[in-house]
Ligand binder design. Structure first.
Ligand SMILES: [Zn+2]
Length: 198
């Protein structure tokens, strides 16, 4: 599932291969331009430094909630209240229109500024919790990666953002087991402690 809030969260990028390299893509104009274009936020114009700070704060807020959700815990009440305040920054009104197909009712924003963008991103997260399943909001289990994704697998069993992270973790566990048991046990030797199924 694609969502502006997931995109914003993953703008904090870490090298999944464990080099320790990170990038804050929110600070990269090319990434930001792409983000704005992808989600139709262009009407808000170019973000100023304060807008980028506000995006970073919203990202930190949503990340705190996601970290709890991915451990099966509910977000903190004060974080939900903070999200509510961001939602309130982008007021909408209901409009009734009519065309050849009949009448339509829909919400339109009162303003299309950066407060509106923040509110739309916050609303996309609220959407995951209300129309989606909160248990499916997950953080990749590769500790070097931390990519946030919505698990759309049938049995909610996905643990990695991509297979490449799952394979890396398998290789790492294999190497750790090898390190724990440097020389192969002689034939017929009983299982040594620590070398079992960790
Ligand atoms: Zn990953």
């Amino acid at each position: 599932m694609e969502s502006p809030c997931l995109d914003l969260l993953n703008s904090e990028w870490h090298d999944y291969r464990g080099s320790g390299r990170s990038e804050d893509r929110l600070r990269q104009p090319a990434w930001l331009k792409d983000f704005v274009g992808r989600w139709g936020f262009g009407a808000a114009g170019r973000p100023g430094p304060d807008d980028i700070e506000a995006l970073a704060n919203l990202r930190a807020l949503i990340r705190r909630m996601v970290d709890r959700l991915s451990h099966g815990r509910a977000p903190a009440d004060r974080d939900l209240a903070a999200l509510d305040r961001v939602l309130a920054r982008g007021p909408e009104v209901v409009r009734l229109t009519k065309d050849a197909d009949g009448y339509h009712q829909g919400s339109v924003p009162l303003r299309q500024d950066w407060d509106w963008v923040l509110a739309r991103i916050a609303a996309s997260f609220a959407d995951l919790l209300t129309h989606g399943e909160p248990e499916r909001v997950k953080v990749c289990e590769n500790p070097d990666c931390g990519w946030v994704f919505y698990d759309e697998s049938k049995n909610r069993t996905r643990r990695w953002c991509e297979d490449v992270c799952g394979n890396l973790m398998k290789v790492r566990r294999f190497r750790e087991r090898r390190k724990a048991a440097p020389s192969p046990p002689p034939a017929g030797a009983p299982d040594e402690p620590g070398g079992g199924t960790a």
